[in-house]
Design a protein around this ligand. Structure first.
Ligand code: SF4
Length: 214
């Protein structure tokens, strides 16, 4: 059984897949406590679903793209079987992970969007660095949520130290909602000349930051 906060269909709000129709399976629970977390409602509660029940709901939405997210989706052991089952049924699978849990056992057919926590998150000490060595340039993406100049400088150092422009299919720079001026971040990104991509969380602009399940 897996603990599930919500399963819904919407458009993908982030990554290079932004704008695409997508079914989201949002698993409950996260061992991290990022200061700017926008998913605190996933920390507790949720309902217990069997793998078959989850698959029934996913199939009913009839969407080729499925994202397994959280919370921290990889914190529940059965999530790995869910990912495999989705891949077996030929869904295009994205995993949005906070970067604390090893990605080693994730089915290789799934694409990973790996958060690298910056200092302002309060969780930078818990980045599981070996995950960066497993990135595949043809599908995996990394994401830095940037709240201030210190975060940006940290991101630039990590990008250089781990050759992320080459190792990942995209390096996403995402403003921490309400904490950094968008133009300021855009200027930093533009001036860097790096092979990175600034992204906005599309769903928050469409439905507002407080609305879940959209
Ligand atoms: S890893 Fe994600 S869900 Fe967990 S506390 Fe951080 S932002 Fe929230």
């Amino acid at each position: 059984m897996l603990r599930v906060t919500e399963i819904f269909r919407s458009i993908q709000g982030e990554s290079t897949h932004a704008g695409r129709p997508c079914t989201f399976v949002r698993l409950t629970g996260c061992p991290m406590r990022c200061t700017w977390c926008d998913s605190e409602y996933t920390f507790t509660g949720g309902d217990h679903f069997s793998l078959a029940q989850i698959m029934d709901q996913v199939r009913a939405f009839d969407c080729t793209l499925v994202e397994v997210t959280g919370g921290e989706p990889l914190a529940q052991r059965e999530a790995f079987q869910l990912i495999k089952t989705l891949c077996d049924e030929n869904f295009e699978v994205l995993i949005e992970t906070g970067g604390f849990v090893s990605t080693e056992e994730v089915d290789e057919r799934a694409a990973i969007i790996l958060d690298i926590k910056c200092p302002a998150s309060g969780e930078a000490e818990r980045n599981h660095w070996p995950n960066l060595d497993r990135l595949r340039a043809d599908r995996d993406e990394v994401k830095f949520v940037v709240a201030n100049q210190e975060d940006w400088d940290f991101a630039c150092r990590v990008i250089a130290a781990h050759q992320l422009e080459q190792k990942a299919s995209a390096v996403l720079i995402s403003p921490a909602w309400g904490l950094i001026d968008l133009k300021e971040l855009a200027d930093l990104v533009a001036a860097s000349g790096l092979r990175v991509r600034m992204q906005l969380q599309l769903h928050k602009y469409i439905w507002g930051p407080e609305v879940h399940g959209v």
